[in-house]
Design a protein around this ligand. Sequence first.
Ligand code: PBG
Length: 308
Amino acid sequence: MNRVAQTRLSLKDLIMPYFVVSGKNKQQPIHSLPGLYRFSSDNLVKEIKEIKTQGISKVLLFGKAEHKDAEGSESFSKDGALQQAVRMIKEKIKGITVITDVCLCGYTLSGHCGIVKGSPRQIDNDRTVKVLAKIASSHAQAGADLVAPSAMMDGQVGAIRKMFDQHGFGSRGILAYSAKYCSNFYGPFRDALDSRPQFSDRKTYQMDFRNSDQALKEIKADISQGADIVMVKPALAYLDIIRRAKDNFKFPLAAYNVSGEYAMVKQMAKAGVIKEKEMILEILTAIKRAGADLIITYHAKEAAKWIK
Ligand code: PBG
Protein backbone atom coordinates (compact mmCIF):
# COMPACT_ATOMS: atom_id res chain seq x y z
CA MET A 1 0.00 0.00 0.00
CA ASN A 2 1.29 3.46 -0.93
CA ARG A 3 0.47 5.06 2.40
CA VAL A 4 2.66 2.74 4.44
CA ALA A 5 5.48 2.12 1.97
CA GLN A 6 8.75 2.62 3.82
CA THR A 7 10.91 3.59 0.88
CA ARG A 8 10.16 6.40 -1.48
CA LEU A 9 12.35 7.37 -4.41
CA SER A 10 12.83 11.03 -5.01
CA LEU A 11 14.30 12.95 -7.94
CA LYS A 12 16.88 14.53 -5.67
CA ASP A 13 18.34 11.06 -4.97
CA LEU A 14 19.40 10.59 -8.58
CA ILE A 15 22.64 11.46 -10.36
CA MET A 16 22.81 11.08 -14.15
CA PRO A 17 26.19 10.14 -15.67
CA TYR A 18 27.34 11.53 -19.03
CA PHE A 19 30.28 10.93 -21.37
CA VAL A 20 31.83 14.04 -22.92
CA VAL A 21 33.81 14.22 -26.17
CA SER A 22 35.65 17.17 -27.66
CA GLY A 23 34.43 19.03 -30.71
CA LYS A 24 31.10 20.53 -31.60
CA ASN A 25 27.60 19.30 -32.34
CA LYS A 26 28.35 15.68 -31.53
CA GLN A 27 25.92 13.10 -30.22
CA GLN A 28 27.33 9.61 -30.71
CA PRO A 29 25.18 6.61 -29.81
CA ILE A 30 26.94 4.20 -27.43
CA HIS A 31 26.48 0.69 -28.78
CA SER A 32 26.97 -1.01 -25.41
CA LEU A 33 24.53 1.33 -23.63
CA PRO A 34 21.32 1.52 -25.66
CA GLY A 35 19.64 4.90 -25.40
CA LEU A 36 22.80 6.72 -24.25
CA TYR A 37 25.18 9.03 -26.13
CA ARG A 38 28.54 10.67 -25.94
CA PHE A 39 27.97 14.42 -26.21
CA SER A 40 30.19 17.34 -27.13
CA SER A 41 29.90 20.20 -24.62
CA ASP A 42 27.43 22.27 -26.67
CA ASN A 43 25.01 19.35 -26.99
CA LEU A 44 25.60 18.32 -23.40
CA VAL A 45 24.45 21.75 -22.26
CA LYS A 46 21.19 21.25 -24.19
CA GLU A 47 20.76 17.77 -22.75
CA ILE A 48 21.33 18.91 -19.18
CA LYS A 49 18.91 21.81 -19.60
CA GLU A 50 16.36 19.23 -20.65
CA ILE A 51 16.89 16.86 -17.71
CA LYS A 52 16.82 19.82 -15.39
CA THR A 53 13.30 20.65 -16.50
CA GLN A 54 12.46 17.03 -15.69
CA GLY A 55 13.78 17.50 -12.15
CA ILE A 56 17.28 15.98 -12.28
CA SER A 57 19.79 18.40 -10.79
CA LYS A 58 22.98 16.36 -10.41
CA VAL A 59 25.27 15.01 -13.11
CA LEU A 60 28.47 12.97 -13.08
CA LEU A 61 30.75 13.64 -16.05
CA PHE A 62 33.36 11.43 -17.70
CA GLY A 63 35.76 12.85 -20.28
CA LYS A 64 36.81 10.82 -23.29
CA ALA A 65 40.42 11.43 -24.31
CA GLU A 66 41.32 12.66 -27.73
CA HIS A 67 44.98 11.66 -27.47
CA LYS A 68 46.20 9.04 -25.06
CA ASP A 69 49.75 8.76 -23.78
CA ALA A 70 51.64 6.68 -21.22
CA GLU A 71 50.89 9.10 -18.38
CA GLY A 72 47.42 10.21 -19.43
CA SER A 73 48.44 13.85 -19.56
CA GLU A 74 45.30 15.04 -21.36
CA SER A 75 43.39 14.23 -18.16
CA PHE A 76 44.50 17.47 -16.47
CA SER A 77 44.60 19.70 -19.54
CA LYS A 78 42.59 22.84 -19.02
CA ASP A 79 41.32 22.46 -22.59
CA GLY A 80 40.28 18.83 -22.21
CA ALA A 81 36.75 17.88 -23.26
CA LEU A 82 35.67 17.47 -19.65
CA GLN A 83 37.15 20.74 -18.39
CA GLN A 84 35.52 22.64 -21.27
CA ALA A 85 32.17 21.00 -20.63
CA VAL A 86 32.26 21.88 -16.94
CA ARG A 87 33.02 25.53 -17.74
CA MET A 88 30.21 25.70 -20.27
CA ILE A 89 27.63 24.04 -18.02
CA LYS A 90 28.54 26.29 -15.09
CA GLU A 91 28.29 29.34 -17.32
CA LYS A 92 24.98 28.45 -18.99
CA ILE A 93 22.94 26.53 -16.41
CA LYS A 94 22.11 27.52 -12.86
CA GLY A 95 21.29 25.09 -10.09
CA ILE A 96 23.08 22.04 -11.45
CA THR A 97 25.50 20.11 -9.27
CA VAL A 98 28.43 19.10 -11.46
CA ILE A 99 30.44 16.10 -10.30
CA THR A 100 33.50 15.00 -12.29
CA ASP A 101 35.14 11.60 -12.43
CA VAL A 102 38.83 11.74 -11.55
CA CYS A 103 40.74 8.84 -13.06
CA LEU A 104 43.33 7.96 -15.68
CA CYS A 105 41.90 4.85 -17.35
CA GLY A 106 40.35 6.71 -20.29
CA TYR A 107 43.57 8.69 -20.87
CA THR A 108 46.43 6.18 -20.56
CA LEU A 109 47.60 3.92 -23.40
CA SER A 110 47.63 1.04 -20.91
CA GLY A 111 43.95 1.61 -20.08
CA HIS A 112 44.86 1.40 -16.40
CA CYS A 113 43.63 3.79 -13.73
CA GLY A 114 47.22 4.59 -12.78
CA ILE A 115 50.66 5.13 -14.25
CA VAL A 116 52.44 1.91 -15.13
CA LYS A 117 56.10 1.35 -14.24
CA GLY A 118 58.78 -1.36 -14.09
CA SER A 119 59.03 -4.94 -15.14
CA PRO A 120 56.96 -6.87 -14.39
CA ARG A 121 54.62 -3.96 -14.95
CA GLN A 122 53.02 -2.42 -11.87
CA ILE A 123 50.86 0.57 -11.05
CA ASP A 124 52.81 3.36 -9.37
CA ASN A 125 50.38 4.31 -6.61
CA ASP A 126 52.15 7.39 -5.28
CA ARG A 127 52.93 8.98 -8.62
CA THR A 128 49.37 8.34 -9.70
CA VAL A 129 47.98 10.04 -6.60
CA LYS A 130 49.93 13.20 -7.48
CA VAL A 131 48.44 13.18 -10.98
CA LEU A 132 44.94 12.58 -9.61
CA ALA A 133 45.30 15.69 -7.46
CA LYS A 134 46.30 17.64 -10.59
CA ILE A 135 43.25 16.33 -12.44
CA ALA A 136 40.98 17.29 -9.53
CA SER A 137 42.53 20.74 -9.47
CA SER A 138 41.83 21.23 -13.19
CA HIS A 139 38.21 20.19 -12.63
CA ALA A 140 37.81 22.53 -9.66
CA GLN A 141 39.36 25.33 -11.69
CA ALA A 142 36.73 24.72 -14.37
CA GLY A 143 34.00 24.95 -11.75
CA ALA A 144 33.19 21.39 -10.63
CA ASP A 145 31.19 21.28 -7.39
CA LEU A 146 32.44 17.84 -6.41
CA VAL A 147 35.15 15.60 -7.77
CA ALA A 148 34.82 11.83 -7.72
CA PRO A 149 38.14 10.00 -7.58
CA SER A 150 37.57 6.48 -8.95
CA ALA A 151 41.09 5.15 -9.46
CA MET A 152 41.19 3.22 -6.15
CA MET A 153 44.73 4.42 -5.36
CA ASP A 154 45.65 4.55 -1.68
CA GLY A 155 45.65 8.10 -0.35
CA GLN A 156 43.82 9.67 -3.31
CA VAL A 157 41.12 11.33 -1.19
CA GLY A 158 43.62 12.82 1.27
CA ALA A 159 45.80 14.19 -1.53
CA ILE A 160 42.84 15.87 -3.23
CA ARG A 161 41.55 17.32 0.04
CA LYS A 162 44.98 18.76 0.78
CA MET A 163 45.25 20.25 -2.69
CA PHE A 164 41.74 21.78 -2.36
CA ASP A 165 42.66 23.34 0.98
CA GLN A 166 45.92 24.77 -0.33
CA HIS A 167 44.46 26.19 -3.53
CA GLY A 168 41.36 27.91 -2.21
CA PHE A 169 38.92 25.19 -3.23
CA GLY A 170 37.81 24.58 0.34
CA SER A 171 34.15 24.73 -0.64
CA ARG A 172 34.43 21.92 -3.19
CA GLY A 173 33.45 18.41 -2.25
CA ILE A 174 34.76 14.90 -2.74
CA LEU A 175 32.49 12.03 -3.70
CA ALA A 176 34.79 9.10 -2.99
CA TYR A 177 34.49 5.82 -4.86
CA SER A 178 35.49 4.15 -1.60
CA ALA A 179 34.33 0.56 -1.94
CA LYS A 180 34.83 -0.08 -5.62
CA TYR A 181 34.87 -3.73 -6.52
CA CYS A 182 36.76 -5.31 -9.39
CA SER A 183 33.61 -6.13 -11.28
CA ASN A 184 32.46 -7.71 -14.52
CA PHE A 185 29.59 -5.24 -14.57
CA TYR A 186 31.81 -2.43 -15.91
CA GLY A 187 32.10 -3.91 -19.42
CA PRO A 188 29.72 -1.58 -21.29
CA PHE A 189 31.27 1.50 -19.65
CA ARG A 190 34.72 0.54 -20.89
CA ASP A 191 33.33 0.47 -24.42
CA ALA A 192 31.77 3.88 -23.96
CA LEU A 193 35.03 5.42 -22.76
CA ASP A 194 37.45 3.10 -24.57
CA SER A 195 39.12 2.38 -21.23
CA ARG A 196 39.77 -1.36 -21.23
CA PRO A 197 43.03 -2.40 -19.57
CA GLN A 198 45.41 -3.40 -22.36
CA PHE A 199 47.16 -5.98 -20.21
CA SER A 200 46.21 -7.83 -17.05
CA ASP A 201 43.22 -6.52 -15.03
CA ARG A 202 42.39 -4.14 -12.18
CA LYS A 203 42.62 -6.72 -9.39
CA THR A 204 45.67 -5.13 -7.79
CA TYR A 205 43.76 -1.93 -7.00
CA GLN A 206 40.02 -2.68 -7.10
CA MET A 207 38.40 -4.84 -4.41
CA ASP A 208 37.88 -8.59 -4.47
CA PHE A 209 34.15 -9.30 -4.59
CA ARG A 210 34.54 -12.09 -2.05
CA ASN A 211 35.28 -9.52 0.67
CA SER A 212 32.95 -7.40 2.75
CA ASP A 213 34.89 -6.15 5.81
CA GLN A 214 37.44 -4.52 3.54
CA ALA A 215 34.71 -2.26 2.17
CA LEU A 216 34.20 -0.84 5.65
CA LYS A 217 37.93 -0.30 6.05
CA GLU A 218 38.13 1.58 2.75
CA ILE A 219 35.12 3.73 3.61
CA LYS A 220 36.51 4.56 7.02
CA ALA A 221 39.84 5.58 5.48
CA ASP A 222 38.12 7.88 2.95
CA ILE A 223 36.01 9.53 5.64
CA SER A 224 39.11 10.20 7.71
CA GLN A 225 40.90 11.63 4.64
CA GLY A 226 38.14 14.17 4.07
CA ALA A 227 35.50 12.63 1.78
CA ASP A 228 32.09 14.37 1.82
CA ILE A 229 30.18 11.42 0.37
CA VAL A 230 31.33 7.80 0.19
CA MET A 231 30.27 5.25 -2.41
CA VAL A 232 29.69 1.56 -2.92
CA LYS A 233 30.04 0.31 -6.50
CA PRO A 234 28.46 -1.61 -8.22
CA ALA A 235 25.07 -1.52 -6.52
CA LEU A 236 22.82 -4.45 -7.33
CA ALA A 237 25.06 -7.39 -6.48
CA TYR A 238 26.34 -5.36 -3.51
CA LEU A 239 23.20 -4.35 -1.62
CA ASP A 240 24.61 -6.07 1.47
CA ILE A 241 27.66 -3.80 1.33
CA ILE A 242 25.46 -0.72 0.97
CA ARG A 243 23.47 -1.74 4.05
CA ARG A 244 26.59 -2.45 6.11
CA ALA A 245 28.10 0.87 5.07
CA LYS A 246 24.97 2.80 6.04
CA ASP A 247 24.61 1.05 9.40
CA ASN A 248 28.27 1.47 10.29
CA PHE A 249 28.88 5.07 9.35
CA LYS A 250 25.73 7.21 9.29
CA PHE A 251 27.52 9.20 6.61
CA PRO A 252 26.23 10.41 3.22
CA LEU A 253 26.30 7.32 1.04
CA ALA A 254 26.05 6.92 -2.72
CA ALA A 255 25.67 3.73 -4.73
CA TYR A 256 26.57 3.35 -8.40
CA ASN A 257 24.05 1.42 -10.49
CA VAL A 258 26.71 0.65 -13.11
CA SER A 259 26.73 0.18 -16.87
CA GLY A 260 26.36 -3.61 -16.84
CA GLU A 261 23.32 -3.33 -14.58
CA TYR A 262 21.76 -0.84 -16.97
CA ALA A 263 22.62 -2.90 -20.05
CA MET A 264 21.05 -6.05 -18.57
CA VAL A 265 17.74 -4.25 -18.18
CA LYS A 266 17.91 -2.86 -21.71
CA GLN A 267 18.70 -6.27 -23.21
CA MET A 268 15.83 -7.90 -21.33
CA ALA A 269 13.49 -5.14 -22.42
CA LYS A 270 14.61 -5.64 -26.01
CA ALA A 271 13.94 -9.36 -25.70
CA GLY A 272 10.47 -8.51 -24.47
CA VAL A 273 10.75 -10.53 -21.28
CA ILE A 274 10.19 -7.79 -18.66
CA LYS A 275 8.10 -4.74 -17.91
CA GLU A 276 10.90 -2.22 -18.20
CA LYS A 277 9.47 0.67 -16.24
CA GLU A 278 8.43 -1.54 -13.32
CA MET A 279 11.82 -3.24 -13.24
CA ILE A 280 13.76 0.02 -13.24
CA LEU A 281 11.67 1.43 -10.41
CA GLU A 282 12.10 -1.80 -8.44
CA ILE A 283 15.88 -1.69 -8.89
CA LEU A 284 16.23 1.96 -7.89
CA THR A 285 13.91 1.55 -4.91
CA ALA A 286 15.85 -1.51 -3.72
CA ILE A 287 19.13 0.40 -3.84
CA LYS A 288 17.57 3.16 -1.77
CA ARG A 289 16.01 0.65 0.65
CA ALA A 290 19.46 -0.90 1.14
CA GLY A 291 20.66 2.46 2.46
CA ALA A 292 21.88 4.61 -0.41
CA ASP A 293 21.15 8.33 -0.05
CA LEU A 294 22.23 9.01 -3.63
CA ILE A 295 22.02 6.74 -6.67
CA ILE A 296 24.21 7.23 -9.71
CA THR A 297 22.23 5.65 -12.52
CA TYR A 298 22.02 5.77 -16.31
CA HIS A 299 18.27 5.34 -15.80
CA ALA A 300 17.99 8.74 -14.09
CA LYS A 301 16.64 10.58 -17.12
CA GLU A 302 13.96 8.04 -18.02
CA ALA A 303 13.08 7.40 -14.37
CA ALA A 304 12.46 11.12 -13.82
CA LYS A 305 9.34 10.86 -15.95
CA TRP A 306 7.92 8.22 -13.62
CA ILE A 307 8.98 9.52 -10.23
CA LYS A 308 7.95 13.19 -9.91
C1 PBG B 1 37.12 3.81 -13.68
C2 PBG B 1 35.65 3.81 -13.66
C3 PBG B 1 34.88 2.69 -13.98
C4 PBG B 1 33.56 3.08 -13.88
C5 PBG B 1 33.52 4.41 -13.48
N1 PBG B 1 34.85 4.86 -13.35
C6 PBG B 1 35.15 1.33 -14.36
C7 PBG B 1 36.42 0.63 -14.46
O1 PBG B 1 37.01 0.25 -13.47
O2 PBG B 1 36.80 0.38 -15.62
C8 PBG B 1 32.43 2.14 -14.17
C9 PBG B 1 31.10 2.67 -14.29
C10 PBG B 1 30.12 1.79 -14.95
O3 PBG B 1 30.37 0.62 -15.27
O4 PBG B 1 29.03 2.31 -15.18
N2 PBG B 1 37.74 4.92 -13.44
